[in-house]
Design a protein around this ligand. Structure first.
Ligand SMILES: Nc1ncnc2c1ncn2[C@@H]1O[C@H](COP(=O)(O)OP(=O)(O)OP(=O)(O)O)[C@@H](O)[C@H]1O
Ligand SMILES: [Mg+2]
Length: 222
């Protein structure tokens, strides 16, 4: 493995019933790299991201995260990899509705930081950064779509992950809030983490070091 490489996929495939949502995707992402993933609706972006984030098991193909094959290890080893190394921003936020914004952000950090107080402090810092201090104690169910999306980005960053996978993180945001979210996500690259962002926004895509284009379950050659 190349030293700088944090994520490598070879021939990743996911078959869902009759549909081959992802059909043999190979890619590598290096430390500190910011990559955009674009392509039409239904081409397999979310399905690919969920495999890269260890949320869905590939039907075929190989994955390496920091040199480790996550599907060769145990379920708890994968849980640890997800918690410690991956930050995931879901297309639909996936916040826990009955928890407040700060509790949602703090939850993944609680075990890693060893105390509820430290996790809440980390959450408060990120919520402040994302312009959400005033909404910190609001239950997720009562947040607007855009507020929820910013909380989801804060949650993905709280454990300082090596790889951030973000699925349309600015889809429900106005320009100013989108800028704040992309600045916060993009900053992880400065400290050597990798960022992969699915986006339909050409402005967001253009900020990356590199753009991957998907069509019909495949990455197109450029
Ligand atoms: N659980 C599932 N069962 C069957 N088919 C699925 C499932 N999830 C996704 N698909 C199909 O897989 C294909 C890829 O879906 P995916 O959600 O990855 O697309 P996408 O590129 O993220 O689209 P969008 O830009 O609209 O979010 C689509 O044809 C979709 O209908
Ligand atoms: Mg999608």
């Amino acid at each position: 493995m190349n030293e700088a490489e944090v994520l490598r996929a070879e021939g990743l495939t996911r078959v869902l019933g009759e549909v081959t949502a992802v059909a043999g995707v190979s890619l590598t992402i290096a430390a500190g790299e910011w990559v955009s993933l674009v392509g039409p609706s239904g081409c397999g972006k979310t399905t690919l991201l969920q495999m890269l984030g260890l949320l869905d098991r590939p039907t075929a193909g190989q994955l390496r995260l920091a040199g480790v094959d996550p599907w060769k290890g145990t379920v708890s080893a994968r849980t640890l990899l997800r918690r410690e190394r991956i930050g995931f921003v879901f297309q639909g936020n996936n916040l826990i509705e009955y928890l407040t914004a700060r509790e949602n952000v703090a939850l993944p950090a609680w075990r890693l930081l060893g105390s509820r107080g430290a996790a809440l402090a980390a959450a408060d810092g990120l919520l402040d950064r994302l312009g959400l201090s005033a909404r910190a104690d609001t239950r997720a169910a009562l947040l607007s779509m855009g507020e929820g999306q910013r909380v989801a980005s804060a949650r993905a960053l709280v454990n300082r992950p090596q790889v951030v996978l973000a699925d349309e993180p600015t889809g429900n945001l106005d320009k100013a809030s989108g800028e704040i979210v992309m600045a916060a996500l993009g900053e992880v690259c400065v400290t050597g983490s990798a960022l992969l962002v699915v986006t339909h926004d050409v402005g967001v895509a253009a900020r990356a070091n590199r753009t991957l284009t998907m069509s019909d379950g495949r990455i197109l050659d450029r």
